[in-house]
Design a binder for this molecule. Structure first.
Ligand code: FAD
Ligand code: MLT
Ligand code: ZN
Length: 485
């Protein structure tokens, strides 16, 4: 029965030793091995980079980082580790926000950065096939001369890799227009936990030949295998694109504004993102984008970024200008002001938060109508615990993807402190559960939320996930301690 399903991650794993380094040295050049155990030991701070996550909250103790260049090399490494029961932590750009890309103990880090070649691009269909270690921005640049764009965009584009995007099923700023990677990824090449190469790198738009196995790896966070190649559909670049930021007197206007904007812009609306006043102030404070004057803001409580993308500039501008005029001249205007803008202000919030302090990041799906309430009640909850002051919690803010029902609730603290953690959890997860939301909308579970999975997933679902994990990875070597406890 599901209750008795044996779970791979409870199995004991071994540490890397001299014999393992000797084998890795046979299959990889010296420059692809960074290890404190090798004959030319790596400096501690070099290893530290790979062991530390982007938010500075999770730390691994790996002695060995391997940077293979080919699928064959990945396969040999994985087979060896499986035979020797050594844990593996797959690592892309290490920009993940839930501690999934660093080891929990001393797993070998298999870093994909050297697998960075485009394999093919068909300008007619727009299908791109690339190594998993290609950086998202580089792929955007690659398809640009063919007048295509990547179907996904996010603030970490300069560092995150397409394999990491696929493995976290990253959402980002274009999901509203182009949908999730479950739709745009057409095929994958994956090294399974026993070293077998699963070649499903198809470039077919349609393929209903039984179970769609590749979907399991999209969002698996490296727990089912190492993604080495990705086939993805890239859309034609829009002929014209514009952004405006709208300043709203009250959060209550976000919902009616969303409805109005959808109705008036219809097919040219490509993003609808929001940042609250605290997020705006932090972004401006840390130099992310142009600040407005006080008159322009006029006491705004929050801001919405609207992007349009379409086929003809005059047509799109006419629509956008019409929208702004209607909004500003209404009897009870939904906005104080609207101005042409860049993405910097919205994209820069993550960076600004990390400059301000230590971030507790809750990436949740909840009904849009509850966004403001959840941010405010979390702040009040922390205040009631006496934790809202400079030496504990400095700011509570909300921003995110309105069009996707995805709120980023961030708590910025002076330091990661147990009393803050205890005040936030299970408090926030219980709120999410009561709203039938998701404890992870787009960042994944990683190491941060394994204990929180039951707030969003039933025991039946979790039982099936454990069974699937055991089918692929009976020795539990692949990213242990992530996703499933
Ligand atoms: P990593 O962080 O290296 O890894 C993430 C997970 O995937 C880990 O569990 C790792 O083991 C696994 N993994 C990585 N590569 C592979 C592979 N080839 N095979 C198997 N497993 C692998 N996320 C969003 O969804 N939307 C956003 O808008 C967004 N914006 C961000 C903005 C900033 C400034 C930052 C720092 C992060 C943001 N993120 C966002 C989170 C993060 O960028 C994404 O999760 C991204 O997809 C991670 O890619 P990566 O290559 O850095 O993966
Ligand atoms: C975003 O939407 O900006 C990203 O998901 C990163 C974050 O949550 O900070
Ligand atoms: Zn996001």
């Amino acid at each position: 029965s599901l209750r008795h399903a044996r779970h791979a991650s409870s199995l004991k794993l071994n540490s890397v030793g001299a014999e393992d380094i000797a084998y890795f040295s046979k299959i990889l050049p010296p420059t692809s091995i960074i290890s404190s155990l090798s004959s030319t030991p790596a400096a501690a701070d070099e290893l530290d980079q790979f062991n530390s996550d982007w938010i500075g909250r999770f730390k691994g103790h790996s002695t060995t980082v391997l940077k293979p260049k080919t699928t064959q090399e990945v396969s040999q490494i994985v087979k060896w580790c499986n035979d020797r029961k050594i844990g593996i932590c797959p690592q892309g750009g290490n920009t993940g926000l839930v501690g999934g890309s660093v080891p929990v103990k001393d797993e070998v880090i298999v870093n994909l950065a050297n697998m960075n070649k485009v394999r093919s691009f068909d300008p007619i269909s727009g299908i791109l096939v690339a190594d998993a270690g290609c950086i998202l921005q580089n792929l955007t640049d690659y398809v640009a001369p063919h007048h295509h764009i990547m179907p996904i965009d996010l603030g970490a584009k300069g560092s995150c890799q397409i394999g990491g995007n696929v493995s976290t099923n990253a959402g980002g700023l274009r999901l509203l227009r182009y949908g999730s990677l479950h739709g745009t990824v057409l095929g994958l090449e994956v090294v399974l936990p026993d070293g077998t190469v699963l070649d499903q790198l198809t470039t077919l738009r349609k393929d209903n030949t039984g179970y769609d196995i590749k979907q399991l790896f999209i969002g698996a966070e490296g727990t089912l295998g190492i993604v080495t190649g990705v086939s993805i559909l890239t859309p034609p670049a829009p002929q014209a694109s514009s952004n405006v930021i709208l300043a709203l007197p009250t959060f209550k206007n976000v919902l009616p504004l969303y409805q109005t904007v959808k109705r008036e812009l219809s097919e040219i609306l490509s993003a609808f993102e929001f940042i609250d006043r605290t997020a705006y102030d932090l972004a401006v404070k840390h130099g992310q984008g142009r600040a407005l004057t006080e008159e322009e803001i006029d006491g705004a409580e929050c801001f919405v970024l609207v992007e349009t993308s379409g086929g003809r500039r005059e047509h799109d501008e006419e629509k956008l200008n019409g929208l702004l005029e209607n909004l500003l001249t209404a009897d009870e205007p939904l906005i104080n002001t609207g101005f042409v803008s860049l993405w910097a202000l919205r994209e820069g919030v993550t960076e600004a938060v990390s400059k301000e302090g230590k971030a507790y990041k809750y990436d949740i799906s909840i009904p849009l109508s509850t966004f403001e309430d959840v941010v405010n009640s979390t702040r009040e909850h922390l205040r009631s615990k006496g934790l809202l002051h400079e030496k504990a919690v400095k700011a509570v803010l909300g921003y995110g993807h309105v069009g996707d029902g995805n709120l980023h609730l961030n708590i910025v603290a002076d330091a990661f402190l147990p009393e803050i953690q205890d005040a936030l959890e299970p408090y926030i997860y219980e709120v999410v559960q009561s709203l039938r939301g998701s404890v992870s909308a787009e960042h994944g579970i990683g190491a941060m939320k394994t204990h929180a999975l039951p707030y969003s997933k039933s025991q039946v679902s979790i039982g099936l996930m454990k069974k699937i994990k055991d089918v692929f990875d009976p020795n539990g070597i692949m990213n242990p301690g992530k996703v499933l406890e």
